[in-house]
Design a protein around this ligand. Structure first.
Ligand SMILES: Nc1nc2c(ncn2[C@@H]2O[C@H](COP(=O)(O)OP(=O)(O)O)[C@@H](O)[C@H]2O)c(=O)[nH]1
Ligand SMILES: [Mg+2]
Ligand SMILES: [Zn+2]
Length: 368
């Protein structure tokens, strides 16, 4: 198994298409992050797989959380540094990344998966909250922003009485996106699903816990490579369930990233993701009377008119508005954060300058 099998060629082609130049490898080994644990990253290179750590200088150069390696990232590592672990020297530019805002009050983003070609948004048709149209809209918003192609996968079709009606419902909230009903239990829909997971491509599976992401991977793999919820009940040790993001290669050549279910999927995107997830609303906004219309009650609002006439479903419109507000708040926090950072830098520079002036006065030259 070599790095071509882990998508190296696909990655390089995608990066080239974006006109991004990769740095010189300086004799280091290219490798891909297949899983992470704290500050340890398991990396796959032509020479095999091992845990790797960041160099101190690389760590120091990071200014935000997104700069840390994530599952799916390509790196240059030094396997011969004479340590038990390999050393990560460079994190290579990403051609795509699925991001969410980190939970809690910090204004920073977390990379859920890097260098992905498709985002599978998985829901479960087992009759509870595993099927959630508003959740699909939310995942689509960050998926469109990732640079990868989204698809909606409705799993557990074997438990649903009216699959085609459900597919229609999902299609209505996912314009321009393939929607596929499958069953990881029976294998229904998997011939078509396989066409969405071609060799050499990287697919991240997202969605709540228990929708069947790991079961889908097992069915695609043709063997139990992932531990699923069912096994947890049998095997109460529990430690084998998906608690970490993990990249696995199928014999078909497709590369799948399994993720644990996220309780909160706060948005981290510019407005682009929202426009792509709600194209029919986005189209209408140019017809609103006011250019800065917020579509929440202004006269002459084309969006509200479409809601009143029933062209746009009210619950979809309300979700759009609430995500728009969430993004406005996020962006004000981001502006605030960069303003604070700028102030801090100015202050630091000011201190340095006054120290310099003092030194010159005292010693006639700068002291180091
Ligand atoms: N009936 C049925 N059960 C499924 C299907 N897919 C997964 N499950 C079950 O749903 C539970 C959660 O599956 P799992 O793959 O662990 O979900 P994950 O948390 O999204 O990875 C397990 O008990 C699976 O056996 C399906 O297509 N049909
Ligand atoms: Mg799982
Ligand atoms: Zn409007």
């Amino acid at each position: 198994m070599n790095i071509e099998d882990y998508g190296w060629n696909t990655y390089r082609a995608a990066v080239k298409k974006k006109d991004t130049q990769l740095p010189d490898d300086e004799g280091l080994a290219p490798g891909r992050v297949v899983t992470e644990s704290g500050h340890y990253y398991k990396v796959r290179t032509d020479g095999g797989e091992n845990w790797a750590v960041l160099t101190g200088s690389l760590l120091n150069s990071f200014t935000g959380r997104t700069e840390y390696p994530a599952v799916g990232d390509w790196l240059f590592v030094d396997p011969d540094a004479g340590h038990e672990h390999w050393i990560i020297r460079k994190v290579l530019a990403r051609h795509s990344a699925l991001l969410r805002k980190t939970a809690g009050r910090t204004t920073d983003a977390q990379v859920l998966a890097a260098n992905i070609d498709y985002v599978f948004i998985v829901n479960g048709l087992d009759g509870g909250r595993n099927f959630n149209l508003r959740g699909i809209e939310r995942y689509l918003t960050i998926a469109w922003d990732s640079g990868a192609q989204p698809a909606v996968i409705l799993n557990k079709a074997d438990l649903c009485d009216d699959v085609s009606a459900t597919v229609l419902q999902a299609q209505a909230v996912a314009p321009g996106v393939p929607v596929l009903a499958v069953s990881a239990a029976t294998g229904a829909g998997f011939e078509e699903l396989k066409t969405l997971a071609p060799p050499g491509r990287t697919i991240v599976l997202t969605g709540g816990s228990g929708v069947g992401k790991s079961s889908i991977i097992n069915r695609l793999a043709g063997e139990e490579i992932m531990y699923t919820g069912q096994q947890r009940q049998q095997d109460l040790r529990g430690k084998h369930t998906t608690t970490r993001r993990q990249l696995v290669r199928l014999t078909s050549g497709a590369l799948l990233i399994d993720t644990p279910g996220l309780r909160e999927i706060a948005l981290w995107t510019d407005a682009g993701g929202l426009s792509s997830a709600f194209p029919e609303i986005d189209e209408l906004t140019v017809s609103c009377r006011f250019r800065d219309c917020t579509h929440s009650g202004e006269p002459g609002c084309a969006v509200l008119e479409a809601v009143t006439s029933g062209k746009i479903e009210r619950s979809r419109y309300e979700n759009y508005l609430s995500m728009q507000r969430e993004l406005e708040y996020l962006n004000s926090r981001r502006d605030e954060k960069s303003r604070l950072e700028y102030d801090r830098e100015l202050k630091a520079r000011g201190k340095e300058l006054s120290r310099y002036v003092k030194d010159i006065k005292k010693h006639g030259k700068r002291r180091f």
